[in-house]
Ligand binder design. Structure first.
Ligand code: DX5
Ligand code: ZN
Length: 219
């Protein structure tokens, strides 16, 4: 495996100090900023819209990895890209016309990701794998930070890595939910190359130490 990328999820940062949190986590070695967008329909929580993404873009130096946990994502992808998203990920379960949405994202020069909830079969990717830049496997039911990693996702991640290899394309495999320094290695060993950590970074005291520890353990 190549390099492992660390994507801190600002869902669990101190929003009153958003600028400082972003700068701190980037200085600590983050490779990108993961932004969790929730609409209160696809998931039982409401979080961040394009206005906040635009504000984040003004201070972030790393790419913005925008994870849309919303119904009808096609209606919003352009807005999030205009706000500064570099990677836009939509849920296969929420989009009736995935090809069209992926097309829009790519035609705007951005990376397109497709995400699957823990219980959604990988077969959902069969016909789009040739089009996308990233697969995002949820290892918790999305909606909240701080949930426990679902261990049966190890197998799903392995199979997703296999699918990617068979596609012959350079597709990133991101895993999101319940990742901490303690279990980062099992996720990377299963085949993930981008690890999202929310509470696993922002609820620790020293972000740099945490990120270094993750790198040490997966390395
Ligand atoms: C889950 C979100 C995650 C979340 C991860 O609904 O998509 O990105 O912030 O948080 P942790 O790492 O605390 O599980
Ligand atoms: Zn996420």
């Amino acid at each position: 495996m190549g390099r492992i990328f660390i994507a801190p999820s600002i869902l669990s940062c101190n929003f009153l100090a958003l600028e400082k949190e972003i700068k701190d986590v980037e200085r600590a070695g983050a490779d990108m900023i993961h932004i969790d967008v929730m609409d209160g329909h696809f998931v039982p929580n409401i979080t961040i819209g394009p206005m906040i993404v635009e504000a984040v873009k003004r201070v972030a130096r790393t790419p913005l990895d925008v994870h849309l946990m919303i119904e009808n994502p096609a209606q919003y992808v352009e807005g999030f890209i205009a706000a500064g998203a570099d990677i836009v990920t939509v849920h296969a379960e929420a989009d009736h016309h995935l090809f069209r949405t992926i097309d829009v994202i790519k035609s705007m020069g951005k990376k397109a990701g497709v995400s699957l909830n823990p219980s959604t079969p990988l077969a959902m990717l069969d016909h789009v794998i040739t089009e996308i830049d990233m697969v995002l496997i949820m290892s918790v039911n999305p909606g909240f930070g701080g949930q426990k990693y679902i261990v049966t996702m190890d197998e799903k991640i392995k199979k997703a890595r296999q699918m990617i290899q068979e596609s012959g394309r350079a597709i990133d495999l991101e895993v999101d939910g319940g990742i901490k320094t303690e279990n980062a290695k099992r996720v990377a060993d299963a085949g993930a190359n981008i690890l999202v950590l929310g509470t696993g970074i922002f609820h620790t005291k020293d972000y740099k130490k945490t990120i270094q520890e993750v790198r040490k353990r997966v390395g």
